[in-house]
Ligand binder design. Structure first.
Ligand code: IPE
Ligand code: IPE
Ligand code: MG
Length: 269
């Protein structure tokens, strides 16, 4: 099915998106930093430090493999429930990592974005986020989105609030609200929906990450802790993805017929 002519990528529940061999957009729940550290009798904080290094490696590996966008979960809207000491360590780590990494990201043409409710952060962290995103705004090689104080439910609610502010008539009884109307207000609306969703750390749950955007995403779970996630682990995830049959509601028979039709087309030279 052709892509919509709108500038927004088509929603996987409205149109069948193009499937590419290499996932265009990967989403990762970077889990297991604390357990990685505990296993080595190190403080949990050491695991978070190593987590930043693993993220640096994942970005390079994705760029090298032709992936166009990576979205990572760094701090959930529920992670405020952690001990105060750990929360404040993580806030300090974000600030340090942002300041340290932005130049390198920029030199590789990476556009850095941050999604989530940023109003809960300190003025210093908000300013660093604004500066880093502004510095890399024009980059087009790769989009790295870091989700902090993000929750999939928060995302849907903030999108709905913005939509109703823009179009108050939609709040009236019996006025239908379409997916297309809401989609532009959701985080990541200008990117293709994630093709592949990876969660490290052994848990098989979504923990309030991209609830709307993963409607037809392929899920991959690994027992590796996030600091252990390397190029080989990424290749294993991509290989698993390549073996999936993405049907988007259709039957296997329909997919096979489409492939035959495509093979019958004369090659354009
Ligand atoms: C993920 O690792 C990082 C954050 C949630 C900030 P964890 O800190 O959740 O590590 P585990 O799951 O306790 O091992
Ligand atoms: C999910 O990990 C959030 C991040 C990796 C940032 P958690 O460790 O917070 O998830 P739960 O609590 O085990 O579901
Ligand atoms: Mg965890």
């Amino acid at each position: 099915m052709p892509h919509s002519s709108s500038p927004l990528p088509p929603s996987s529940t409205l149109l069948v998106p193009e499937v590419t061999a290499v996932p265009r957009h990967i989403a990762i729940i970077m889990d297991g930093n604390g357990r990685w550290a505990s296993k080595r009798r190190l403080p949990r904080m050491a695991g978070h430090e190593r987590g930043v290094a693993a993220l640096r490696g994942a970005v390079s590996a994705c760029v090298a493999r032709g992936v166009q966008a990576l979205t990572v979960f760094a701090f959930s809207s529920e992670n405020w429930r952690r001990p105060e000491e750990e929360v404040s360590f993580l806030m300090g780590l974000f600030l340090r990592a942002l300041k340290r990494e932005v130049r390198e990201l920029d030199s590789h043409g990476v556009q850095l974005r941050v999604i989530g409710d940023l109003s809960a952060f300190s003025a210093a962290l908000q300013a660093a986020i604004a500066k880093a995103t502004e510095t890399t705004r024009a980059n087009t090689e790769f989009v790295l989105t870091v989700a902090v104080n993000y929750g999939g439910r928060w995302d849907m609610l903030q999108a709905m609030r913005k939509l109703l502010n823009a179009r108050p008539e939609l709040a009236k009884p019996n006025v239908p609200i379409s997916e297309e109307a809401l989609a532009p207000y959701l985080c990541l609306s200008d990117l293709p929906e994630p093709d592949l969703f990876i969660r490290t750390g052994g848990e098989q749950r979504i923990s309030n990450f991209l609830l709307w955007q993963s409607a037809y995403t392929e899920f991959y779970f690994t027992d590796l802790f996030w600091p252990e996630f390397d190029d080989k682990a990424l290749d294993a995830a991509i290989l698993s993805y390549q073996q999936r049959e993405r049907r988007f509601g259709r039957t296997s028979g329909q997919l096979a017929a489409d492939l035959q039709d495509a093979a019958a087309l004369p090659l354009v030279r």
